[in-house]
Design a protein around this ligand. Sequence first.
Ligand code: PMT
Length: 402
Amino acid sequence: MLKNKNIVLGVTGGIAAYKACALTSKLTQKGANVRVVMTESATQFVTPLTFQALSRNPVYTDTFDEKDPHKIAHIDLADWADVVLLAPTTANMIGKIAGGLADDMLSTILLATQAPVYIAPAMNVHMYQHPAVIQNMQKLDEWGYKFIEPGSGYLACGYVGKGRLEEPETIITVLEKDLHVPERLLQGLKVLISAGPTRESIDPIRFFTNHSSGKMGFALAEAAATAGADVTLITGPVSLTTDKPINRIDVNTAEEMYQAMLAHFPKQDIVIKSAAVADYRPTVTYKQKMKKQDGNLSIEMERTNDILKELGRRKQNQFLVGFAAETENVLSYAKKKIEQKNLDAIVVNDVTQSGAGFASDTNQVTYLNRSGMEKQLDLASKQDIAAEVIRLIVQDRTKGEH
Ligand code: PMT
């Protein structure tokens, strides 16, 4: 479950920093990409070289130590992270976050990141019980930070009590449970997904369509169902089946998809539009087979309804996600679509890339949200991409308090 997950591990200055070494090693063994950021005090306990060797990545200690001139390191790390884990976390760092301070690399990343942040405190038992620390932790809890509570036992300062950094194995179990698309993630929510192509007939025999197989949309519907959602899947003509509990509605044309989507839209919490809908249809559909004649044939086409745009217009509390299949200026076209169609997020694939887009079993996409966050997902199976997209949607939706 942690394979290929991007984890920023923040290590602050306490004796428990030595346990962060084991944590780094175990996370790396599980296939996570770990980038360690240390406060200056943490470097008094363990050297950056130890974490560099264990994570096989450079270690960050200084906001101004820019390793790549093309990137601003603290923003790049903040955006790169799927999750930020602070272990051990001192009372000082908890106070800094609660006060909104950003005076070193780690606290700056914490202000900039949109990823979930897990805090594993470690300190003396009396420090842990101090009203200032308790109040700061309550504030962070209200802001959505997740705490991995310290254990009780013998502390390095000689006291016995609560304040010992939780064991690396337990910290990893907490992350694994949360980072997978867990069953409860969409529990009680209604999710509407569109998939596949549409067919626009010229006559009873011929039609205009596209290469969409429905694989991306079905993978999304299955990921949402696994996460506990009540899923409605409106699909164009595809040869796929699913054994998940999904309310499947088959349609053919863009107009049928338009009517079905509009009918189901009002009751939904999340709507994901991954179908490749025809933008044009023949102005006339002949009832009888068109007979061939000498010379060229021109067919007049008219615009179909833009379903997503209409959903964007009608949107109330729904979290609305579009897809975009692009062949050039991929990100800038996708950003325009967020505005034009009043979306909360868009998933864009460059369909000229091998292994991405139409009909393949894999995809490579970038998820962009309304507040400018861009998350590029590496080439992976459509199932893995779908699980990650669902996770990003839940994260965004929670922040936006839809
Ligand atoms: O089905 P697969 O073979 O697995 O392939 C997946 C996919 C490539 C089809 C999928 O990943 C994808 O990119 N889907 C969107 C394709 C598309 O139509 O993109 P677009 O940029 O033309 O449209 C933008 C958005 O507007 C889409 O959400 C689309 O559903 C929507 N739209 C478009 C036209 C229209 N008349 N009504 C719409 O709602």
